[in-house]
Design a protein around this ligand. Sequence first.
Ligand code: G5P
Ligand code: MG
Length: 218
Amino acid sequence: MTVQKILKALILGAPASGKGTISSRIVKRYNIEHVSSGDKLRDHIQKQTELGKEVKSYLSQGKLVPDDVMIKFMVSELKKVQDKSWLLDGFPRTVAQAQAIWKVEPVNIVLNLNVPFEVIIDRVKNRWVHLPSGRVYNIGFNTPKVMGKDDVTGENLTQRPDDKPEVVQKRLEIYESITRPVIDFYKEKGILTHFEGRTSDEIWPKVIAHLDPIFEKK
Ligand code: G5P
Ligand code: MG
């Protein structure tokens, strides 16, 4: 791959496959922007903006926000970071979204996380999040120093309404039927790499081995 000054990367993977966890390590190591569609939507819901009110029920039911709303929102979010290298997480999630973003911001690198579904279902029960920052914890994996509190700010952690078992099941079904074809979209472009593992610690060294040469990190 040609090394470019500004890199536009995507991370794909099923719900709770570790996109947020791996993304936070990537943005720290390579000093790039993390743009998570889910974190941004949850922030709007918490602040009760017009968009937040519009999308709230989709998130709580584990359904996808309609493409027209999502594309408009993310295109405007990406404009804010257009002069920087970024890592997009959670978008695109439909082929229509992938086609739309390809027209305005063609990406250079796509990472796909492959984690078995039984591992995922087990994980979400123990997830706690710090909504303002998107920092994510898991009891037994990266347990907060003080139970129920964010390590950095000391503020309260919450559990996501869409982490209830029946909603997780719905999210996984939607992933299989609607989001999986997005993988093929990028496979055809020749820019997709798969990373398999049961834990983020198993996947992370493979991600570094792939990205270090691209980011020219010694
Ligand atoms: P989100 O927010 O994009 P999902 O469903 O894609 O939601 P999610 O749940 O945020 O993905 P993740 O980021 O892949 O998961 O995973 P994570 O948070 O890093 O890890 C999951 C948990 O496992 C955490 O507690 C973490 O600490 C833990 N963990 C990580 N690695 C390990 C490990 O190795 N071991 C253990 N034990 N634990 C580990 O989207 C949410 C909703 O927003 C809407 C939809 O309604 C969607 O459902 N939305 C969109 N709608 C339409 N189009 C779009 N493009 C949309 N984007 C968002
Ligand atoms: Mg996430």
